[in-house]
Design a protein around this ligand. Structure first.
Ligand code: PRP
Ligand code: URA
Length: 208
């Protein structure tokens, strides 16, 4: 598995703002979307293109376009939803699937409650999005579900990751490409990322 850590100063700046306790729901949502777009720009740098004929005011020419219909964005509910529009801003014709997972507060193990993916998933470039990669349990389970339904070409984008989560995902799915906004220090006793940003789902949706 390849792991890419974001180095762009704009991404670093926005992740710092995201972490602040004083960042409210509205600003948090906006930042997550912007970070997803900036990370998506990096993560989609290897999208294949196909040549089409176009006529400019000067002459006819053959030029490259991407096939957005071949892209599937798959947020892990709930928090991954906050990243979807950032990717769609780049590739508006991408299809969107959903995987519903929550972490058991006691065991920290992921539980699936929903999975709906676009058709012909085996032919698509899939981008799974979830802001937090903590123990890696949710990420590993999400990629398991996608592969069980035929998904093959998988990229995973997380805004903040713990070393434990990166290792778990690398071990379980060495064939995927992982994009991490920032690698944090460790997990605490409740399996929250330190320094992290708290509970991403609660901060995006204003719940507690
Ligand atoms: C959060 C986060 C990830 C998961 C990461 O979701 O959005 O999906 O935890 O933790 P892990 O790497 O240890 O599995 P949560 O279960 O809190 O659900 P929510 O998005 O509905 O709040
Ligand atoms: N899920 C979150 O939302 N935050 C963490 O720090 C870990 C898991």
């Amino acid at each position: 598995m390849s792991v890419s850590y974001m180095t762009h100063p704009l991404i670093k700046h926005k992740i710092t703002l995201l972490r602040k306790t004083t960042t409210g729901t509205n600003e948090f949502r906006k930042l997550i979307e912007e970070i997803a777009m900036l990370m998506g720009y990096e993560a989609l740098a290897d999208l294949p293109t196909a040549d089409i004929e176009v006529s400019t005011p000067i002459e006819d020419t053959v030029q490259p376009v991407i096939n957005g219909k071949k892209l599937a964005v798959v947020p892990i509910l709930r928090a991954g939803l906050g990243m979807v529009n950032g990717i769609l801003a780049l590739v508006p014709s991408a299809k969107v699937g959903h995987i519903g997972l929550y972490r058991d507060p006691e065991t920290h193990l992921p539980h699936e409650y929903y999975c709906k993916l676009p058709e012909a998933i085996d032919e698509r470039q899939i981008v799974v999005v979830d802001p937090m990669l903590a123990t890696g349990g949710s990420a590993v389970a999400a990629v398991d579900f996608i592969k069980a339904r035929g998904g093959k070409k998988i990229k995973f984008m997380s805004v903040i990751a713990a070393p434990e989560g990166v290792s778990a995902l690398m071990k379980a799915h060495p064939d995927i490409q992982l994009y991490v906004g920032c690698l944090d220090r460790c997990l605490n006793e409740n399996a929250y990322i330190c320094p992290g940003l708290g509970d991403a789902g609660d901060r995006i949706f204003g719940t507690q």
